[in-house]
Design a protein around this ligand. Sequence first.
Ligand SMILES: [Mg+2]
Length: 461
Amino acid sequence: MIPVKAVVLAAGLGTRLRPISDRMPKCLAPIAGRPLLQYWLDLLGDAAVRDLLINVHTFPGLLDGFVARQSGGGCRRVIQAYEPRLLGSAGTIMAHPRYADDTELILIIYADNLSDIDIAALLQYHRSHDDPVTMVLFRASDPRASGIAVLDGDRRIVEFTEKPANPKSDLANAGVYVVDAEAYREIAGMKAFDLGFDVLPRFVGRMRGWLWSGYHRDVGTREAYEQAQLDAERLLAARCVQPGERQPGVFLDRDGTLIEQVHYLGDPGYVRVLPGVCRALNRFRKAGYRCVAVTNQSAIGRGLITVDQFNAVNEAMYRQLAAEGAVLDGLYHCPDVPESADPTVVETPERKPGPGMLFRAAHELQLDISRSWVIGDMISDALAGYNAGCAGAVLLTRDGPPEEPDAGLSEAKLPETSVFTATDISAAAETIVTPTEAPSVARYAPIEAPNTPAGARTVSS
Ligand SMILES: [Mg+2]
């Protein structure tokens, strides 16, 4: 499946949101402690959408900073389109006519709304019919203030009127669309300004409506914005996120943990996501964790693979994950070449067991290190979590326990970080998401996976 891309329309002036919009672009207005745009990035992440084009008009520098932090080391690819002159919703598409050339589907989203829309379900619906556009609808309390659609029995939109004086339904345009690449190019060629007024009426009869009955609110006015602060607490609670608190992360080693171990992997053809990984990532996500890969890649430093090859491998992994509805929030790598063969020695801050990549990810993605975990198949992975001050680490021991389980763990610092072993990632997820009381001196507390082969050895402390 070719990855879906998104156009996020975020350039509105936000004049009704003053004085907040005097200090920042409206899309960064904080709602329950996080920028409005963050909610959209989370929803897009849920549907494994990694390619975004975001337009901006006021305070482009502030959006720069936000986007740079949210890219997760390049895991998310964001194009920022600065519009010194407002182009209009259709004008932004006209300005990027080639954006759909390498995809089949484009999501177009007005970032002015706070929503909990299920984007994966929306994409599934769009794929189930053969019209080129799907418009998300919600039931409006005041249809005269919205774009109103009338549907036939097949949910095809047979009438669409922007702000009708005499509305024929209460099914309002939610400002979220899925369009086929061909329809995107058609819109770009219309040389229009506004989607609602100029473009959508031309798709009447070849566009379906998809009703979202969850939460959806325009936060364009001060009153709506204040209400959204309260509503957002419920939306965040559903994601296991506390308002105003940083989320914890799960830092995952890549080779041997997310994908099959292949020495000096530079060929995307050899990428195999390991069993249970997608399910585990989704479990973490639902439990309020962000999932970040951290990978030592001395093969780059040694000149054995190029950064382009490394990126191609990651891309293959992202695609396999996305095919099963899973996604990473970030991926950080370290090309440093070690001098010693001892995996417990911190040689450079970034190379595991150094904590540098974890710190960088935590800084950029605003993670709470003290509640974060590490999962990896090497002692250096567990130690990186230990050195970063994570809550815990799980060492995967598919081939039995490590030879020297205590190597590198200083007695003096225990038990700030509990290190467990697990035979696979599903068992690791079980430990992290449903923690039992941490054993007081526990290191390498064995965790029996449901599918532990008979006779598998585990080390007890
Ligand atoms: Mg590994």
